[in-house]
Design a protein around this ligand. Sequence first.
Ligand code: FMN
Length: 303
Amino acid sequence: MTKKIIGLSCGRKNSNSELLLKAALMAAEEEGCETEIIRAMDHKVTPCNSCWTCMKTGKCVKDDVDWILEQTLLSDSAVIVSAPVYHLRSCSYLMIIAEKTNHLFSKKEGIFERKRVGAAISVGGSGYDGWTSLGLTSINLFLQHFTTLVDQVQVDHCANIGAALTPDNAWAVERARQLGKNVARTIDLPFEKWKFLGQDPAVACPVCHCNILYIEKDFPEIMCPTCEVHGLISVKDGNYSVAWNADDVREPRFSGPKEAHHLHWIMEHEWVEEPRQLALPEVQEKIKTYNGWGNFIAPPKKR
Ligand SMILES: Cc1cc2nc3c(=O)[nH]c(=O)nc-3n(C[C@H](O)[C@H](O)[C@H](O)COP(=O)(O)O)c2cc1C
């Protein structure tokens, strides 16, 4: 891997996500890294509308997201994503970039081995009472596809442009610098030696190190919704603990075997099972009825 970090900032120009990303990259440069920044808001980023042209042509030409993904997902650099929290999760710039990756995975051999260094900075204006609870999880929904996460931090109380640089947030700049150094130093190590250098919350998924848990069936089983790592909760002498499934940790949702299984499942379901039922005359009749129904409204200029 080249000693280069590409920073993807999804917040405002010269504002908190970008400033904390710069703190991380400045510190990484002190460790001998080359760095580059992409400011997502400078580019055209439009949501996927499931046209699937990308799967036929190998690209999406509607906006600049393919270019952003070529620099991040498809490059050989380490990646630091810094994104603001909007309504509890990362802003839609990042969510859109993350959802437009499908047609590009096959363009990079071994991408799901995740032998790339990744790190996340999530920034919120408030953050108390769980107001930034899905920030790091959202960034992981992008990074876990192709990187091994070595550090992440949630920074709260940064509402105004530039607030990250106020005295109250001096700790956050220092923490972002540490994150940059952690990324730079990990690049120098062989893959087997890479490990998470951030601070785990009391209960954390061992892969994405977030603490958002999904109850698929019932207690005592829990699951990380991002990584599909299952865990069993137990309590002894009043102390709770989670035994995480070691196989899932080795092969999480975003790993070669699980991604291949998912692709196979979709192809079988979408191209074999569903078309069989869609061809049934009674289904076609129903589709016609439903398609012809509804009182759609739109702004006046579009009527
Ligand atoms: C539409 C919108 C929704 C927001 N929702 C939240 C939120 O749920 N929690 C929070 O802590 N901050 C929220 N914020 C505040 C931003 O996270 C905060 O201002 C952040 O510093 C913006 O990042 P930037 O300075 O890099 O643009 C929201 C801001 C906007 C514009």
